[in-house]
Structure formats: structure tokens, C-alpha cells
Design a protein around this ligand. Structure first.
Ligand code: IVH
Length: 698
């Protein structure tokens, strides 16, 4: 056999080919972790980056494309445990516009116009702009108006039968209460978990873990918690996981066709709403690229105020006939695109783990990070919450981690990214252990039974606690000492000029003006602010003392119930338990606080310094017509502001909550009432207007 003179590079040695194989294997693993195990190990943005890199290689070498490439399928395989469901109409994915800048919308509009052969002379295309919910896609099948099956997307062709679990989702109708729906109707949408529901769930999970229940864990984010609940084999457990749903489309519709029932996508959504399905309010019909861009920008600015997570927006051509004309490329419709937002999760490395001391002495492990831009800011610190969390996540110096920053929430370490299989193991420090002495003052740190946190026992001896106790007292929501910020408090405490709250009021102009970098004018301003803060209210003063578990609302209740501070200081646990919202933990905390002579001393000294407030009569016996009732306020009331209405309800013994549930007694609705009103109607909660509320208060 003769060898050819010039041997072309064997494919296996081609670096592009090697990279392609490595990417495929990595993406398969990541997709499995994400879709099947509900346990992603890298942020979505990282997955997207690898995915695009693979797409680019495949685009330059079309002959290497195989049907089993991760780019050629929609998601992961169904779990074995659930019955498999073949979708009557495949559940497609949507193309993602990778450019997070507004030009992504422009690119989509340009493609649509080109495909429809429109010229500049033609009118702008009409689109529906929606939110891209960060949950789990679900197909709900109704036969003659009865929910007969719910299935996950799975790989797009075959999903999992999760009917039992989906039946536990209150927002999903089991039977359609209207008329006019087709005999076979598949509704598609997203199952998700609201952020407040997610926080409450994790709170319960932490309590379970603390109580020693086996196999319990907290969830990384609402998406994971929702996915975990939907794929929970025990529907009893699924029922305890609060899920929500938004409809955004349909699957099989028979015997009529979708096109014969609706002319536009918006009409379809409105009809679904009419049939009893939750449809998000933030949906707009817009025209042309500019209005898509405006929608994208508006949602990007307001996304943190939504009660649930989204990871972008979705644009869809509104006209159904035009959708049909546009059709599909491989498995993605040409008439829809997802336009993402900059990620709220990123990867970075841990350079150190410090321990910070909070106002109540709580020790918090904090990861010091290589600076990373996430959620719109550069982050260098992220909380690890407590020792158990730090150890459970096994975060160590040298690790690559996922950091999450959403809205104004403190950035946190979500988890460690294991090194890829072809990478050498990383240098890692020893596993984190909480120091048993306070890193600031050297006092013993203890962890009480049933508590997750270690606390420094130094009290006001501890500079860290001392500084924060003073800042807490001085804040706007407490007695408000304008201009007394953390830099100044740090200076005063470190120089041993102040130690306790009363010391603040003994600060004279001379002491202040003598500080480094303190102008006379500023010193005088602080003196004036201190004087002004002396006239306060009992709830502000009580909250300012920083008693554990006594927040603003509890302080208000205590003041209202007892009328004066002495009565609160001397109240027994039983007497404290009579107060609205005060349970055994709060009652005990108050008793412990006021039993300590030095705390009473602080109160006496503050009074001696001239702090004063008006005391009222104990209101324990005043009528409480709304006792035991929970209200939710929504929309704009004709005369009462939100806070006024809240104060009135609370004064009458009622509670005000932010979200509607079966436990809500009344929803008070004004003009432009939104989803809370809809939810009240869905749950059959009584709705009042302002006049009716005032009537009840009489
Ligand atoms: S429409 C053919 N609309 O995004 C179009 N999808 O790849 C089908 N998603 O996991 C999808 N919000 O669950 C559509 N308003 C929305 C959506 C949405 C979230 C999810 C969907 C799927 C992925 C699409």
C-alpha cells in the first residue's frame, strides 16, 4: 500500500473537531443537570455561551452536524419514573436573540419583514410582546372542558405525565367554567413559583432542616423549586409547594382549528383568560421594532418589581395567518423570538471567606470574590448565609462559584461549579468552619439549639455590634438622626468616644468638631439632628432599641396595645402574648431584653437625655372590629392613601398582607386594581371598595 504524498489532516486531530466533541459532551451533561436533575451547575448565560460556540462550529462545518447534537433537540429526556406522554403537537422551543441590547428586537423585525417580503413602504408588523417566565413549560389537555392530562415539555416530542402534581396548582382550572371552548383544547404555559412563595417555602424548609427532618433541602431559586415540585413523585409533597401558572399559547385544538377560532395571538390570549386561565398583565400589542425595543427597556427597568422571576421578553407576530406564512426553521418558529436580559447570575472565583458580625451579633460568612459584573453592578462580596449553608454548598477559597444578584437583594453564592472533567482539580482551602470566637471582639461565639447562626456574646462590648446598634437606632425608620452615617459612627466608636446609645446624646459640638475631617458646619448639623431626634414616637423608639424579632410592625402593635413604655417593660410573657402578631418567640425576646438591668439602664439614660414621645392610653380594651381578618389592598382608593388604609385596618385589629390567598378575608380594590383583584375573583375572596371598608371600621 502506498501512502499519498500529502496526507490531509485526519479529522480526529483537527482542533475544531476536538472542540466540537468536547462541547457536545459538556452540553449534554449540563442539559441533563438542568432539565432532568433540576440541578444546574453553571449559570444559564454560560450554557448559552457554550451552545453558541457549538452552533458556530457546526455552521462552518455543516458535514459534522448529526441529529444527536445538543443543538438539534429541545431539552432533556423524561425521567423514568413518570409515564411518558407523546405530545399531539410538538412543544417547540423559541429562538433566543442572544444580543441582550435592544438591537436584538431590531434584528427580529428585520428577519420577519424580509421573510414576508415587506418593503419600507409597507406598514409596521404588529407583534405581541410578552414576558419570558422563568419556570417550566407545561401542556394542559382539556377534553370537553375537563383537565385530563398535564405534561412537561421533555424533549419536545415526549414529555412526562405530571397530571397529579399539576392538579394541586390552584391557578390551573380542573374544569372550565365557561362555554364556547373546543372539545379538545390544549393550553400551554409556564408553571412557576412567585418570589414570596419561594421565600416562604425556603423558610419552612430551613425550619424542617433545623428540626432534624431527613432529606430536606432549601432551593436555589424559584425556577428550581418549581421544577422540583412539578417533578415530585409524591403529589402530597407537590401540594405543599406553592406553584402558579401563566398561559401563553395552545397545543392541539380540535375539531376546529386554531386559525378558525382566532385571528390573532392576542385574541387567543384574551379568550384563554376568559376561559379561566391566568394570563400575565404585562402583555402589549405593539407595532414595529421601535415599540418592541421600548417594551424591552420598560420591562428591563421594572422586572425587579414583578412578584416573579423572568429572564427576558418574548415577541410574537400577532396575526395567526402571518404566523402560518412564516412557519418554522428546524424546530423553532420564525414568528417568535425570546429576547433575554443581562444575566442575574455569573461565575467568578472565591479569593477569601470572611466572617462579618451583625447588629445582633450574628456571624455571617461572606465570600470575597474576584470582581464580577452581575445584575447590573460589580460585585466583590456575596453572602454564604451561615455555617451550614457554606458547608452544604462546600464553598472554599479557590473555587469557581455562581453568584446571583437580583434587584436590591444582597448578592449570594448559589453554588460551586465543579472543574470540567478534562481540567485538573483546583487548589482549595479547607472546608469552612465558623470561628468559635468573634473575629471583631474576641468574645465567645455560640450557636443556640435549633438556630442556624452563631452569635457573638460580646454585646455592646463588641465594636461591630455597638456600631450597628447605633446605626439601627439612628436610621430613618427609628428615631432618625440625620447625617449620622456609618463612617462617622465607625470613627466615634473606634476612637472610644461613644459606646452606648445615651453616649450619642452626650456628644457635644466640641467633641464632634474635634474629629478628623469634620467641618464646624457638619458638626453643628449633627448636634441639631440629635436634638431633633429627641422628639419621637413610642414605636420608633421601641424599634430603635433593636430588640431581636421586634420589627417596625411589632413595635407599632406593642405601642398600641400597652400605650406606654413602662407597661411594655414590665409586661409578663402572657400579657405580651395578648398583642396582635406577638408569638412566643417575640414575647420571650422582649422579656429577656427588659430583664437585663443594663438594657433598662440604657432606656432610663435615654429618657434622662431628653428623648420623649407621647404616650397613649392602653388600647387593649378598645373595640377591634377587624380582629382576625386579613386584608389585601390593590389599586388606588378614592380618598385614602395606602398607608392610611393600612393604619386604619391595623388599628381596628386587622392585618394587611401583600398577596391574595384563600386565607384573605377581603380584598379592598380601588381604580386600576390589577392581578390581585383577578386572583380574589378566582379564589372567591370578597372584594370591598373604600366606602365598604370605612363602613366596617365604624
Ligand atoms: S412561547 C412556539 N411564550 O420559553 C413558541 N414561551 O423555548 C413556544 N417561555 O421553555 C413558546 N415564557 O416555557 C412562550 N411568554 C412565553 C414564554 C415562553 C417563557 C418558555 C417556554 C419554553 C421556552 C421557549
Amino acid at each position: 500500500m502506498t501512502m499519498p504524498e500529502t496526507d490531509p489532516m485526519p479529522e480526529a486531530n483537527n482542533p475544531d473537531r476536538q472542540r466540537l466533541e468536547a462541547l457536545r459532551s459538556q452540553l449534554h451533561t449540563l442539559a441533563h443537570q438542568y432539565y432532568v436533575l433540576d440541578a444546574p451547575t453553571v449559570p444559564d448565560a454560560e450554557y448559552d455561551r457554550l451552545f453558541r460556540e457549538l452552533q458556530a462550529i457546526e455552521a462552518t462545518h455543516p458535514d459534522w452536524l448529526t441529529p444527536d447534537s445538543p443543538t438539534q433537540r429541545v431539552g432533556g429526556k423524561p425521567l423514568d419514573q413518570f409515564a411518558s406522554v407523546r405530545h399531539a403537537v410538538p412543544m417547540l422551543s423559541i429562538r433566543t436573540e442572544t444580543d441582550t441590547e435592544s438591537s436584538g428586537a431590531q434584528a427580529f423585525d428585520t428577519r420577519v419583514r424580509k421573510e414576508l417580503e415587506l418593503t419600507d413602504a409597507d406598514a409596521p408588523v404588529e407583534y405581541v410582546a410578552e414576558l419570558k417566565f422563568d419556570g417550566l413549560a407545561i401542556n394542559l389537555r382539556y377534553e370537553n372542558g375537563v383537565l385530563v392530562q398535564a405534561a412537561t415539555r421533555g424533549d419536545g416530542e415526549n414529555g412526562e405525565d405530571v397530571t397529579q402534581n399539576i392538579r394541586t396548582v390552584g391557578q390551573i382550572p380542573l374544569k372550565l367554567a365557561t362555554i364556547g371552548f373546543p372539545p379538545v383544547l390544549e393550553v400551554r404555559g409556564e408553571v412557576y413559583m412567585r418570589r414570596d412563595d419561594f421565600e416562604a417555602l425556603n423558610e419552612r424548609q430551613r425550619a424542617r432542616i433545623a428540626a432534624g427532618e431527613k432529606g430536606e433541602k432549601t432551593f436555589v431559586n424559584p425556577r428550581n423549586a418549581a421544577a422540583g415540585a412539578v417533578r415530585q413523585l409524591d403529589p402530597g409533597i407537590a401540594a405543599q409547594r406553592p406553584l402558579s401558572f401563566f398561559a401563553y399559547g395552545v397545543g392541539e385544538v380540535a375539531p376546529q382549528t386554531v386559525g378558525s377560532l382566532f385571528a390573532t395571538h392576542m385574541e387567543l390570549l384574551q379568550t384563554l383568560k376568559g376561559w379561566g386561565f391566568p394570563v400575565a398583565e404585562e402583555i402589549r400589542v405593539v407595532r414595529g421594532a421601535d415599540e418592541l425595543v421600548a417594551f424591552h427597556q420598560h420591562i428591563a427597568q421594572t422586572r425587579d418589581q414583578l412578584p416573579f422571576d423572568i429572564d427576558g421578553v418574548v415577541y410574537k407576530v400577532n396575526s395567526l395567518p402571518l404566523q402560518q406564512r412564516l412557519g418554522f426553521v428546524t424546530r423553532e418558529p420564525r414568528w417568535a423570538v425570546a429576547h433575554k436580559f443581562p444575566a442575574q447570575e455569573q461565575m467568578t472565583t472565591v479569593v477569601a471567606i470572611d466572617v462579618q458580625v451583625g447588629r445582633t451579633g450574628k456571624l455571617t460568612p461572606v465570600a470575597k470574590l474576584a470582581p464580577v459584573f452581575v445584575g447590573g453592578v460589580t460585585v466583590t462580596n456575596a453572602t454564604l448565609h451561615n455555617e451550614d449553608e457554606a458547608r452544604r454548598k462546600d464553598v472554599r477559597v479557590g473555587d469557581t462559584v455562581i453568584v446571583r444578584r437580583a434587584g436590591d437583594v444582597i448578592p449570594e453564592v448559589v453554588g460551586v461549579v465543579p472543574p470540567a472533567a478534562d481540567q485538573p482539580p483546583r487548589e482549595r482551602s479547607a472546608i469552612f468552619t465558623m470561628p468559635r470566637i468573634c473575629p471583631v471582639c474576641g468574645s465567645v461565639a455560640v450557636r443556640e439549639e435549633g438556630e442556624a447562626d452563631y452569635r457573638c456574646t460580646g454585646g455592646l462590648f463588641c465594636n461591630a455590634q455597638c456600631k450597628q446598634a447605633i446605626l439601627h437606632f439612628a436610621q430613618r425608620r427609628a428615631v432618625e438622626i440625620e447625617g449620622l452615617g456609618d463612617k462617622l459612627v465607625e470613627q466615634l466608636v473606634d476612637a472610644k468616644i461613644i459606646r452606648t446609645l445615651p453616649d450619642l446624646y452626650r456628644l457635644g459640638f466640641t467633641a464632634l468638631a474635634g474629629l478628623d475631617r469634620m467641618a464646624e458646619k457638619s458638626a453643628q448639623n449633627i448636634v441639631d439632628a440629635l436634638e431633633k431626634s429627641k422628639q419621637t414616637t413610642l414605636p420608633r423608639f421601641l424599634f430603635g432599641l433593636g430588640i431581636r424579632h421586634v420589627g417596625e410592625a411589632t413595635a407599632k402593635e406593642l405601642a398600641r396595645h400597652f400605650g406606654g413604655l413602662d407597661a411594655i417593660m414590665d409586661a409578663s410573657e402572657e400579657a405580651l402574648l395578648q398583642v396582635n402578631d406577638v408569638g412566643p418567640i417575640v414575647a420571650k425576646s422582649l422579656r429577656t431584653f427588659f430583664e437585663q438591668a443594663h438594657n433598662r439602664e440604657v432606656v432610663e439614660q435615654l429618657r434622662a437625655c431628653g428623648i420623649r414621645w407621647e404616650e397613649g392610653a392602653a388600647s387593649a380594651d378598645s373595640p377591634k372590629p377587624l380582629a382576625g381578618m386579613t386584608f389585601v389592598l390593590t389599586g388606588t382608593l378614592p380618598t385614602l392613601g395606602r398607608d392610611d388604609a393600612k393604619d386604619l385596618i391595623e388599628a381596628a385589629g386587622g392585618k394587611v398582607s401583600g398577596s391574595v390567598s384563600k386565607k384573605t378575608s377581603y380584598v379592598v380594590a380601588g381604580t386600576e386594581a390589577g392581578s390581585k383583584l383577578t386572583k380574589a375573583q378566582e379564589l372567591g375572596v370578597a372584594v370591598l371598595d373604600e366606602a365598604a371598608l370605612l363602613e366596617m371600621l365604624k
